[in-house]
Write a protein that binds this ligand. Structure first.
Ligand code: ADP
Ligand code: MG
Length: 238
């Protein structure tokens, strides 16, 4: 049973078709990477799973539920974006607690979840600081902390590292993978960077122009690319 089942999903923006019936199963606990060139529809697909875009055709299920018509807040997902905006006038702890407060979670539970997330992300010494007092990597970890405290069934990442410098990007890849090994939360991770995909994924979904070209483990794609597009994309330097 897939934790997230994307079945024959299409998306039209007016007369423009950006997704042409894509199907992917994301198994419970897996780390699946959607990769492909800019404009191929990765973010649109992720936003549909999040409930931020409507589904033009097909179905998306999370766990046992078809979620096509569920608002984002009812989907039990948490998303980390590229341009994560932290609240500048809230501390690290307040930034992490905010979504839970909105959901009227008990203060004791909020405090415990923030404490645990900070421990996992090595942010404990920084809980009282403001975003401007943090490094880029620490800010990125706070953004992840905001997702973790919600204890969702599914994490959605949309190019979370693309605003970081090259060295930090490599370090954060490792941190995100370690986080996944620890929490085992089902993850869909979007990137246009094939090296990121190859190093992070259990399973890679290669997309081009609104279609899926191939789905497979990193080594499968490397050893047995389905076509010239996949071979060229996976084989080319980042
Ligand atoms: P990716 O994340 O792979 O770079 P996107 O999912 O952002 O690609 O975009 C896929 C295509 O859909 C692009 O051609 C983009 O211009 C188009 N698109 C995305 N959002 C909208 C929108 N709200 N209205 C019209 N076209 C859109
Ligand atoms: Mg995108």
């Amino acid at each position: 049973m897939a934790q997230v089942a994307i079945r024959d999903v299409s998306k039209d923006f007016g007369a423009v078709k950006v997704l042409h019936g894509v199907s992917v199963d994301i198994p419970d606990g897996a780390f699946v990477v959607l990769v492909g060139p800019s404009g191929c529809g990765k973010s649109t697909l992720l936003r549909m799973v999040a409930g931020l875009e409507s589904v033009s055709g097909g179905t998306i299920a999370i766990g046992e539920r078809t979620v096509n018509n569920l608002p984002p807040a009812k989907r039990d997902i948490a998303m980390v974006f590229q341009n994560y905006a932290l609240y500048p006038h809230k501390t690290v702890a307040q930034n992490m607690a905010f979504a839970l407060k909105l959901r009227k979670t008990e203060p004791k539970i909020i405090a415990e979840r923030v404490r645990k997330a900070a421990e996992i992300l090595d942010l404990t010494p920084y809980l009282g600081r403001y975003p401007r007092q943090l490094s880029g990597g620490q800010r990125q970890r706070v953004a992840m902390g905001r997702a973790i405290v919600r204890d969702p069934q599914v994490f959605l990442f949309d190019e979370p590292l693309s605003n970081l410098d090259a060295k930090l990007r490599v370090q954060m890849r490792t941190e995100i993978k370690e986080l996944h090994q620890r929490l085992r939360t089902t993850t869909i991770y979007v990137t246009h960077d094939q090296v990121e995909a190859m190093t992070m994924a259990d399973k890679i979904v290669v997309m081009q122009a609104g279609r899926i070209e191939q789905i497979g483990a990193p080594l499968d794609l490397f050893d047995r690319p389905a076509n010239i597009f996949v071979a060229g994309f996976i084989g080319s330097p980042a």
